[in-house]
Unconditional design. Structure first.
Lengths: 218, 517
């Protein structure tokens, strides 16, 4: 049994089949890149793993724990111990950088003092300690990417899901952030599942590539 | 050679001129009138008003009534809006539209219904209804839909990605408290400010339930004593509070005007074992606030004799009401669309705040100003015709159609207009060929909302209608003094049908919420 087991999972949106009996097995600390054209179901796989969508068929297990099975999510998203960086980053516009990072720690009842230390430490890792009181709209595109990454990692998840977060950046920025991401992954040891349709990002990040087409692994 | 004046500037100028004539000029004249006494500047009216034994208790009553109504609407309307927008509550659409019914009827209908209910219970209930408690009950039923619908709309508008990001680390209570509600706060606060101002300026309910407030005093000074100076002096504090309310709302909204990238579908909360108890609670609320008073009101309405008498005594008013409201709604739709077009991208903020202040100003205040401005021999063609009424409706409700249009226009990517501009199309062509065809639904919603608001309006109808040309809400109020209850009930039923038909159309035009798990 692998660390993450996706077993014959299907998901449709109305008439459109997004995922068709997909099976996927991922090992701990692996860096898996789901690669494929737009609309092939990559993002849906991430959302199913996160618990934001319910699979119609099949099952999902992480570390042996059954998370979803046959039309039911058995474990809610917040109990799955994973972080996610969305394509549009989804930084909360009414919160500062610090508040964006604190939200998850507060929800998990991490003691205040420890939470502050973890926020500082994470912002230091992504080089944004000096922007702690800024609001998302005051940050540059690259800084927003780093905050989104820091927010996803500050709760120390064992799995990080990333949904094409670098697609809007130029190649040079992509390389910088990808290199930071690899450093963080080697330090923190999380499993990375990364969705993209960009060959450069795949080459930069993948320890294994999974090509997708029409809701299946090609 | 000077720069040519663009069509856009001319149309904007005309729109501003219309708002100024309908709203700014009457308020300015009223302010002037209140400080002009016997041909010179004087604060006598204010001195008399403030030193009179009645002013402060009435002012206190108005504030108390507005605060209590706002509190009740906040406590019930906000949770109801959240439930309808985000949960899998059974029959939520039905509950929502049912609770909206009192808003589309003249406010005194609910009071009249409750009067019928308590007449069957006895003196104690009657004593309670005819006073502060009754006023709060009725005004809360009438204005509850404002907080409920604006909370509903604001919550649906929140980008689902932001909630999803929060759901990964927190349960629903935390997501609602820290993400959904703060992001919806501008809409919710706006609804509460609006309820406060509308309750503060309400005339027909406190007047029917014999609870003395400032608008009642202002109306009495105007209609019974013909004392314009005193009436305007009593009205100015109400106008000032409306402006302060709008300023407070604007100050709160500063830096909180969030634009979301992806909207349309919302995450929903599964109520599980709470589903049935909450549905029962909502059913009880609908029964208590809507079904009970309105069924009591309409109970006697169906007899053929009463219906016949109603049509005999007020048939012309029914036709007039529909006609005036339709004309005003058409003007408001066009004006609102144009103003919304000009306000896109945060432009014309002063104009936006001013139209909102006009909406918040009590109808009695606006009407006194209109009468004072146009009641001259030279402007008889306005004063003695329905034009005055239409001007009143235009001033009072243009904020609604403007904001509705703006909300619709914001959904159209600006690139569509820019592409037209690059293609060489002038402003008018882009307006008629791009913006209007893409806004058909917005325009229909805007027209229907304006029609409903004009049709249900009482103070403007009561004070600015031409002699012998009163619309139905004013006519019913007049006939209530000496008309037979079944005939009044029949008139209320006719009025309700005229208001509810557009509401049914509106329910079909407005798309239902998209929900995904």
């Amino acid at each position: 049994m692998s660390y993450i087991d996706v077993d014959r999972v299907s998901k449709s949106f109305g008439e459109r089949v997004a995922i068709n009996e997909l099976s996927l097995h991922i090992e701990r600390s692996e860096r898996l890149v789901l690669f494929g054209p737009s609309g092939c179901g990559k993002t849906t796989v991430l959302r199913l793993l996160a618990g934001l969508e319910v699979p119609e068929q099949g099952s999902i297990r992480i570390d042996g724990r059954l998370l979803a099975s046959a039309g039911k999510n058995l474990v809610p998203p917040e109990k799955r111990d994973l972080g996610m960086v969305f394509q549009d980053l989804a930084l909360w516009p009414h919160m500062t950088v610090q508040q964006n990072l604190m939200f998850g720690l507060n929800a998990r009842r991490v003691p205040k003092r420890e939470a502050h230390v973890r926020v500082r430490e994470m912002l230091h890792r992504v080089g944004l300690e000096h922007r702690i009181d800024a609001k998302p709209h005051e940050l540059s595109g690259g800084e927003q990417q780093r905050v989104a990454l820091a927010r996803a990692l500050v709760t120390r998840p064992s799995i990080l899901l990333m949904d094409e977060p670098l697609s809007s950046l130029d190649d040079e920025r992509k390389r910088t952030i990808a290199s930071d991401l690899l450093d963080l992954q080697s330090q923190l040891g999380f499993t990375l599942i990364y969705v993209t349709h960009d060959r450069t990002e795949t080459d930069l990040l993948a320890s294994r590539v999974c090509q997708m087409r029409d809701g299946r692994v090609a | 050679m000077g720069r040519p004046v663009r069509a856009e500037t001319i149309v904007l100028g005309l729109c501003v001129a219309l708002v100024a004539i309908a709203g700014l000029a009457p308020i300015a004249v009223m302010g002037f009138e209140s400080v002009w006494h016997d041909g010179h500047f004087s604060l006598d009216h204010y001195r008399e008003l403030i030193s009179s034994a009645r002013f402060w208790p009435l002012f206190g009553n108005s504030i108390q009534l507005a605060l209590a109504t706002t509190t009740v609407c906040g406590l019930i309307g906000v949770p109801a809006g959240i439930l309808f927008a985000k949960s899998d509550l059974s029959l939520r659409s039905g509950f929502m539209w049912l609770l909206t019914v009192p808003l589309v009827l003249p406010p005194y209908f609910v009071a009249l219904g409750w009067a019928r209910v308590v007449a069957r219970i006895g003196t104690i209930a009657s004593d309670w209804l005819f006073g502060f408690g009754g006023c709060v009950l009725v005004l809360s039923s009438v204005f509850l839909p404002i907080t409920m619908l604006l909370t509903f709309a604001s919550i649906l508008n929140v980008d689902r990605r932001l909630e999803e990001a929060a759901r990964l680390v927190s349960g629903w209570p935390g997501v609602l408290r820290r993400v959904t509600l703060p992001l919806s706060a501008p809409g919710i606060v706006f609804s509460l400010v609006l309820v406060f101002l509308l309750a503060m300026g309400e005339l027909s309910v406190p007047s029917f339930l014999r609870y003395p407030t400032l608008p009642v005093l202002s109306f009495t000074q105007f209609a019974a004593s013909y004392n314009f100076g005193a009436a305007t002096a009593a009205a100015v504090p109400l106008a000032a509070i409306a402006f302060v309310g709008v300023l407070v709302e604007s100050a709160f909204l500063r830096d909180r005007d969030y634009t979301f990238r992806s909207t349309g579908q919302t995450l929903f909360i599964s109520l599980r074992h709470w589903k049935s108890p909450l549905a029962a609670l909502m059913a009880a609320l609908c029964f208590a606030l809507v079904i009970l008073p309105l069924s009591a009101l309409f109970a006697d309405a169906f007899s053929p004799a009463a219906m016949h008498e109603a049509m005999q005594r007020a048939g012309a008013s029914v036709v007039r009401s529909v006609m005036y409201s339709a004309v005003a709604a058409t003007i408001l739709m066009a004006l609102g669309f144009l103003l919304g077009h000009f306000m896109r991208g945060g432009r014309q903020r002063v104009l936006s705040a001013f139209t909102l202040a006009l909406f918040a100003i009590p109808g009695t205040v606006l009407s006194i100003g209109l009468v004072r401005l146009w009641n001259t021999p030279g402007t008889w063609f306005i004063y003695a015709t329905p034009a005055l009424l239409i001007l009143g409706y235009t001033a009072q409700y243009c904020a609604v159609t403007t904001r509705l249009s703006l909300a619709g226009l914001m959904l159209i990517p600006t690139s569509l207009d820019e592409a037209g501009r690059l293609g060489g199309a002038m402003w008018a062509r882009r307006l008629f060929r791009i913006s209007i065809p893409l806004s058909t639904r917005t325009l229909v919603c805007s027209w229907l909302a304006a029609y409903i608001l004009c049709l249900r309006d009482v103070p403007i109808a009561l004070m600015t209608a031409p002699p012998g040309g009163d619309p139905l809400p004013a006519r019913i109020l007049t006939l209530m003094a000496n008309g037979a209850p079944p005939m009044i009930a029949s008139l209320c039923l006719i009025m309700a049908i005229a208001s509810l038909i557009p509401l049914v159309i509106l329910a079909r035009v407005i798309p239902s919420r998209g929900i995904t798990a």
